[in-house]
Ligand binder design. Structure first.
Ligand code: SF4
Length: 129
């Protein structure tokens, strides 16, 4: 972490299971609570980050087709709303409020924006992924 902060490199923390993602998020949150400016984003596969509960239960390939259709037809409100947000303000709020992946996704859904798309948009800016 010290090297990453000094050199400015981006850190990708890759995990295999949902549980393995909890500890790094918790640690990054603790650092933020102590005033350390760590900037992070969480990304998982699209179905796991989808706010539309009926759609995300589809088989993976069907889900991708449905999501693509909903985005291109303007029928996913969570996708439409991402145009109206201030990404930096939104992510500051998320990084200060959430303590695990479930909260990350549910908080963004409650704010009516697609968590997957928000994370994708923020990937370039975040130092910790
Ligand atoms: S754009 Fe996001 S919220 Fe909408 S269907 Fe696709 S993954 Fe789900």
């Amino acid at each position: 972490m010290a090297y990453a902060e000094e050199s400015g490199v981006k850190v990708l923390f890759l995990v295999r299971t949902k549980n393995e993602a909890q500890a790094p998020i918790r640690e990054l949150r603790k650092l933020r609570d102590k005033g350390v400016d760590v900037d992070f984003v969480v990304i998982r596969n699209r179905p796991d980050m989808c706010c539309l509960t009926s759609t995300r239960k589809l088989p993976y390939e069907e889900f991708l087709e449905e999501c693509k259709f909903l985005r291109s037809s303007g029928e996913c409100p969570y996708y439409l709303n991402i145009r109206m947000i201030n990404l930096n303000d939104l992510m500051l709020h998320i990084m200060d409020e959430v303590g695990n992946v479930k909260e990350y996704v549910s908080t963004l859904c409650k704010l009516n924006v697609c968590p997957y798309e928000i994370s994708r948009m923020y990937l370039d800016r975040a130092r910790w992924v």
